[in-house]
Design a binder for this molecule. Structure first.
Ligand SMILES: C[S@@+](CC[C@H](N)C(=O)[O-])C[C@H]1O[C@@H](n2cnc3c(N)ncnc32)[C@H](O)[C@@H]1O
Length: 305
């Protein structure tokens, strides 16, 4: 098999993540396990990694890894359920959380319907146990809801026109494949790789509810992480990055009163300190080696109370 996934910002993210070599770390997005392996290489025998991923291949890879290293446990769950670690590991201290968002190279290159570059059945579910796939989104959402998906998640200026073209096309026959969807997008918005990527990304975000689960996962991580521990997030597009930036800013703020307030009445205290005033991005050498790293942004915050 070609490399499953080349981990992005590997050294930088793990340098931030590990504050205690005997601690417990959560890899919220195991993928091919590149980041987990790097964490393990820096942990003492008492250290632990609890990894999450919804993907079947990740479960298999993690199974092989935990067979040879008993410091790893894998949960085939959405990271939106991270808060349940409190019950599953009562009394455990969690020293750091890593989120390396989005999809792995393997998923883009091999799993159904993620890429406009191959013609195959529309699917895009990271978790094959989900009921709604890209097929349902494209074939059953009404025009206004589809337009909203393209506009909000794809920032597509011709979102309404595109949504209308899709609902019209499916009156004749349902849209079964990535090729059919790419054909309509190209006719309406122009056949540019950038536009096709944005529209496909918008559908993927909707199918997997990526922004909602990110907000839930981040909140849980901020809640559970030990004082002095870190939440480390690598994001790949501006919508994700904005959620991370705003969450960290909110947690680091000492006052959230409206700007017109003369005195502070909110009683807010800062719970996190931001360690990356500007996001860290990959250097030229990394991007040259791995084009998928080019949009990565790393943000880190540390729990202070
Ligand atoms: C960029 S890859 C992670 C790669 C990994 N860091 C590595 O080094 O191999 C993102 C992974 O997160 C998983 N994922 C995305 N959203 C998820 C979610 N909400 N819950 C659990 N896993 C998720 C995907 O299935 C994918 O395997």
């Amino acid at each position: 098999m070609a490399v499953y996934h080349e981990p992005v910002l590997l050294k930088e993210s793990i340098d931030f993540l590990i504050t205690d070599s005997k601690g417990t770390y959560i890899d919220a997005t195991f993928g091919g396990g590149g980041h987990t392996r790097e964490i393990l290489s820096r942990l003492a025998p008492e250290g632990r990694v609890i990894a999450f991923d919804v993907d079947d291949n990740s479960r298999q890879i993690a199974g092989e890894l935990s067979g040879s290293d008993n410091r790893v446990a894998f949960l085939q769950k959405n990271f939106s359920s991270i808060i349940s670690l409190k019950q599953e590991y009562p009394g455990r201290r969690f020293n750091g959380f890593l989120f390396d968002l989005g999809v792995s190279s393997y998923q883009i290159d091999n799993e159904e319907g993620f890429s406009y570059r191959r013609d195959e059945r529309l699917d895009m579910r990271l978790d094959r146990r989900l009921d709604v796939s890209a097929h349902e989104v494209v074939n059953s959402y009404d025009t206004a809801t589809l337009a909203d998906v393209f506009f909000r998640y794809g920032e597509e200026p011709r979102a309404r026109v595109l949504a209308r073209a899709i609902t019209k096309a499916r009156e004749k026959e349902s849209i079964e494949t990535t090729g059919q969807l790419a054909g309509i997008v190209s006719r309406v918005c122009g056949r540019s790789a950038k536009t096709l990527s944005r529209i496909f990304q918008a559908v993927r975000i909707e199918v997997n509810k990526e922004l909602e689960v990110l907000a839930d996962g981040l909140s849980a991580a901020v809640d559970l992480v030990e004082q002095g521990g870190r939440v480390v997030v690598i994001s790949y597009h501006s919508l994700e990055d904005r959620i991370v930036k705003e969450k960290f800013r909110y947690e680091a703020a000492t006052c959230v009163c409206p700007p017109e307030s003369i005195i502070c009445t909110c009683g807010k205290i800062a719970t996190m300190k931001i360690l990356t005033r500007k996001p860290i991005v990959p250097g030229e050498a990394e991007i040259e080696n791995n084009r998928r790293a080019r949009s990565a942004k790393l943000r880190v915050a540390e729990k202070i109370v």
